[in-house]
Each structure stands twice: as structure tokens, then as C-alpha cells.
Design a protein around this ligand. Sequence first.
Ligand code: C5P
Ligand code: C5P
Ligand code: ZN
Length: 494
Amino acid sequence: MGSTDLISSVPTGLWSSAQRAGDALRRCGRVVIAAHIDADGISSAAIAQLALGRAGIKSSFEFFKKLDGPAIKKLSEQSADTVWFTDLGSGSLSKIEGMKAVVSDHHMPDPSSGARNTCGQTALTDFSTVVQVNPQLHGISGANELSGAGSTFLVALALDPRNIDLAHLAVLGAIGDLQDQKTRRLEGLNRALLSAAIEENTIEAVEDIRYFGRETRPIHKLLEYSSDPFVPRISGNEEGALGFLLELGIELKDDDRWRTWVDLTSSEKKTIVDALKDQLRDSRRKPEAIERLVGEVYVLQKEQKGTPVRDAKEFATLLNACGRHGKADVGLKICAGDRGEAMSDGMVLLRDHRSALSKALTWAKGSGIIRLKNIQFFDAGDEIEETIVGTVAGMLLGSEGADRSAPMVAFAESTEYSDTPKVKASSRGTQDLVARGLDLSVAIRLAAEKVGGVGGGHNIAAGATIPADKRDEFLSDLDEIVGSQITSRGRQRG
Ligand code: C5P
Ligand code: C5P
Ligand code: ZN
């Protein structure tokens, strides 16, 4: 798929907003890139940085957990011609109105800004100083069909069609935001970006086991840490996983080195997958759960085998390990191709991230989850960092025995500097709940605004920062709003 074919699959309104963004950037001498700290945000920043560099435009970057007053102040103090917001901005449009800016994002747009109801149009008017590129304004889901990196990639493509060789970074952002979760493959506009990356020989899409760690985990560890689907006696059970593989006659080591999933022959892989399916059937798992074992996975063909940058899911986790622990710049360098110092720093961050997640998950499981009428929650206080509490909420909801009939809300102490203490709230839903009307971005935003906080996100995952003493009021409002969404059974996009 060349750039012309790709552009023809982009809705006209969305493409014309990308062109306007490209035109605005082309007129600049210096641009500040303001990006979100997660894998999608880092992939977006890498696309923006590389595209600007190629166009001869100077750039610098800043990463943010969210766009609040201090973030906007910091950006407006920089002597740049424009700010390019990537993977954030749409939820805070009213705050950046008046600033010269390009926003390439996929979050639910701020309803209090001029962007409201501008479906099919570039958001805001021709007189505005902000150009917004967001799939949600053009009937495309920002949760499943295009990520922040995808929106940013469209702007890069509008700047120069040769930037099509950055398509793999857009795929990486989508995988980082779990946009393949619903159907076990990328869909919608993401698929067109994937085709472009395949044609550029940067990515290969293959049907394979969906468990995490195909490139880097010893096979028994890949099975032990599996959760979607959870296999009784194997998931969460190292001895069980080892015994299962030995019974199948699988060699675990190649000389002294543990074999990983990608070291296996196709017949060994088939033997394991078939045996896992039998085990799932024997434990009366639903066919839909068994189907989740295999799906499309994405291999970064130019990367070295056996490294975390070879598999898109592992690469995205490496980026989250950097960004969610204050080192998004390391992730940015890795995206831009640094396989030396940045890569070794990233590997250390990855190890720490994994152990932080595992500790946090154990803590949250032991802390007791409280079920309200329509939501469930736990409060981690200062036990879990605010930047990973949402990931933990998602992992809990996906784990064996979880109550999946209500979204999970997780609180953690916010490090935000302010006169009054704040808490961070993160929420995660399921595809089933979304199909029944759940829209966490709307629910969280309304409940947060009511108590003087700010929030937003996507239908399936959203977050907010609120005054700490308003937590219970926030919870009870959120419980009520979620109840009204689910009973109203509205069909939502997002
Ligand atoms: O800020 P951003 O849009 O990049 O983040 C999206 C968030 O939504 C990620 O934390 C991702 O893990 C979460 N998500 C999820 N389940 C999905 C889709 C997204 O938890 N099915
Ligand atoms: O922080 P967390 O991982 O829970 O965020 C889930 C989603 O909600 C992300 O897409 C994030 O960008 C978004 N979010 C937001 N506004 C906030 C907090 C989170 O739009 N104040
Ligand atoms: Zn994103």
C-alpha cells in the first residue's frame, strides 16, 4: 500500500485536517512536541520528531502525564512557533484555545470547546489557532481504530508522503493502547496503517499465540504468566507450566539457553497450542475464551530476534516501562533507532516496571476490592504509582476469577503539586460492558468535573485527577452515571 492508497482509505474530513496540520507545521521554524508519557504517546512523539527533522524544522519535546495548568504554562513559556500535541490535547481543547497548536490525538474531545459536534469537519473554525486531527470527529473509534500515533502519522504523511516509512511506529502506538484487544487483530484505519508498514517491510503480521513474551520469555514463563485466556493448572503455576511442556516432550533448553516461543518449530508450537486448547475445553471454557489463545501478532522485521523490540507488544511494554517511570526520553530514543545506551537503560527500566506491576498486582489482590452497585474499586494510596495504577486495574479485571460485570476503578495518591491533596483515578471496562452502553470517558469526566477535578479518555479506559477529600462523592456519582449508561444500553463509539 503506497501513500496514495493509504490516503484513499482515510475519510476526507480526517485527511483534510491532517493536511491543514501539515501546512501549519510547514510554516514553522521551531516546534515543541508535547506528548503523553505512555507507549502511544512516545511512538507519537517519535513520529513527530522524525517528520519535523526530515522537513528541516527544529524541534524539542516535553512529555506529560496529563495537560493541566502547569503543563500549559510550561509550554507557553517556550519560544516555539507552534506546539504539536500528540496523544493528548483533545480532552483539554478549551485550555489550549488561543495557543498556536496542532493536536493529533484520539481521546474524546473536550465537550466545552468549539470542537463539539463538528463531525466531518476540522475541529474549531478557520480562524482558530488550533488544528485538531482526531478520528472521533470523523466517526472513527479512538479506542479500536486509530491511536494517537496513528493520528500523528497522518500529519507526518501530509507533511511528506515519504514519511510512510514511519507506519510501524503508528502500529506500535495502537498496540500500546491495546487497540487489537477487541477482535485479536488491528482493525479499521489501523489495518490500513498496518498494510503500509507491511509493504515497507518494517512489520509482519502473523497468526500466533497471543501470550506476552514470545521473543524474550522462556516458554514455561510465557505460559506461567499467561492470563487471557487463563489456563487452569498452568497460568500462575510455574511447576504446572514446566510439567505440561515436559509431558509434551518439548525441549526447554538449547544447550544452556532457555528456548523462547520464537525458537520453537511450527510443529512444536502446534503441539502446545492444541494441548492448551484441549486443556481449556476440558475445564469447560467457553469457545470465545479458547479463541483468544491465538490471534494476529506483529513482528518488527528489521529488529534483532530475541529482543523486546522485535515483538510489537513487548516493544510497547518497553516504552511504557520508560514513560510511566519518568524516562519517556529513553523510549523516544529507542523508537528513533538507538540500540546502544538507550536500549540498555530501557532494559533496566523494563525489569523494574515488571517487578513494580507484579508487586502492585499482588498488593491490589490482597487489599480487597469493594463492589458498589455498578462499579468496583480499590484504593492503593501510596502503595502503587499513579502512572501504573490503571494498568493494574486492567490486569485485575482480566485475571482469573475477576468480576467482569462492572468496571474497575483504582485510586492512587497523586504527585500533582497543588495546595490541596489530589488523588488519581483510573478506570477500565470490558468490551461487553462497552457494547451495553458503558462510556468511561463521559462518566469519569462528568463525575470528576462535579467535584472540581478533570478527567477523560476512552469508552473502555479513562482517568481523572480529583481532590482527595472528594473521593467518596466522586465514587457515588460515578456509580450512578455508569448505572444509567449501562441500563440505557446506548450504542457508543469511542
Ligand atoms: O492515553 P491513551 O489513549 O494512549 O491510553 C489508552 C489507555 O487505554 C491505555 O492505558 C490502554 O492500556 C487502555 N486500554 C485498555 N483496554 C482497551 C483499550 C485501551 O485498557 N481495550
Ligand atoms: O491514566 P490512565 O492509564 O488510567 O488513563 C486511561 C486513559 O484516560 C488514557 O487514555 C489517558 O490518556 C486518559 N486520561 C485522560 N485524562 C486524565 C487521565 C487519563 O484523558 N485526567
Ligand atoms: Zn493513545
